[in-house]
Design a protein around this ligand. Sequence first.
Ligand SMILES: Nc1ncnc2c1ncn2[C@@H]1O[C@H](COP(=O)(O)OP(=O)(O)OP(=O)(O)O)[C@@H](O)[C@H]1O
Ligand SMILES: [Mg+2]
Length: 330
Amino acid sequence: MEIRLRNLRRNYGELHAVDDVSLDIPSNTVYGIIGRSGAGKSTLVRLVSMLEKPDNGEVYYDDKRVDDLSRDELIQERRKIGMIFQNFNLFSSRNAAENIAYPMEICHMDKAYIRQRTEELLELVGLAGRGNAAISTLSGGQKQRVAIARALAVKPAILFCDEATSALDPQTTRSILALIKEIQKKMNLTVVMITHQMEVVRDACDRVAVLDSGHIVEEGAVSDIFSAPKSAVTKDFLSSLTTVQESVVRWSKEGGHYTLRFRGSKTDEPIISTVSRSTGAIFNIRAAGVQSVEDEELGVMITDIGPDPQTAAAAVAMLRENGVTVEEEA
Ligand SMILES: Nc1ncnc2c1ncn2[C@@H]1O[C@H](COP(=O)(O)OP(=O)(O)OP(=O)(O)O)[C@@H](O)[C@H]1O
Ligand SMILES: [Mg+2]
């Protein structure tokens, strides 16, 4: 199901938590919304998932407007949505299977069907045979798997994930993201992934919108945003990634005035030597690496360029002419 947001606004007193947001979230994709703490991500999700009404603007699921529904219609439309959260929100008094069964019980589904569907879902999330496990005995990753199964129980068309991996270690995060991607394909879901982690966007999302102070500051395909970020906020998110990213090796703590980003085939070309030779620039490389984004290789290099500012400027200009994105530290 496609989601369209038009001029959404939500104020808390003087604060514009969501400020004129318009977005098209295509069906059958994993769509990331990234922003710093307080950017308005959770508020936006509450508006899109009909938990809260906007002060202004419209929300459409396919062609149906859903922000102004009556109570009964709302209950009907909300069946199309599953949600998972950072803290899992499971019932500790119920075991894994009973948690998964809960939304189906609320819908008064047939007992035999519930039992069969619960088994199916346990299998889907990699917890076959663990239905009787008490929630307190499960790891964080397993708890999130139960939460995913519960969210999918009544076959929604949209899955909202609000910081779903923020409480998990990197390895578990990767396994949960892989599961979400797999389920997205299997069930043709529209997944909306709210996060403050660029790794999550890189490893799971097809498209991303960057939210800052209630505004969308950048939107596009993940590989485009990674190879040529436009807004300062996006560049900030990417630089936090390059320092923690295991594939980027930094052998000098000092320096690194320029960040170069190469895309696809450019990662194989001897572009640095070419530029160095023709401009006389000296590159002092501080960190470099390659990361995979949506099956495309993206190179990152953090470097100083000498011997003087004029030569550096000429080198930067030539790099840009050759399709390399160059960011200069302020
Ligand atoms: N119910 C509320 N009443 C008043 N202010 C609110 C309410 N909910 C959110 N806010 C404010 O709106 C802004 C956006 O909050 P929101 O929770 O949407 O941010 P977020 O991007 O999800 O942040 P985080 O990454 O910390 O979860 C914040 O300044 C927050 O304090
Ligand atoms: Mg939040």
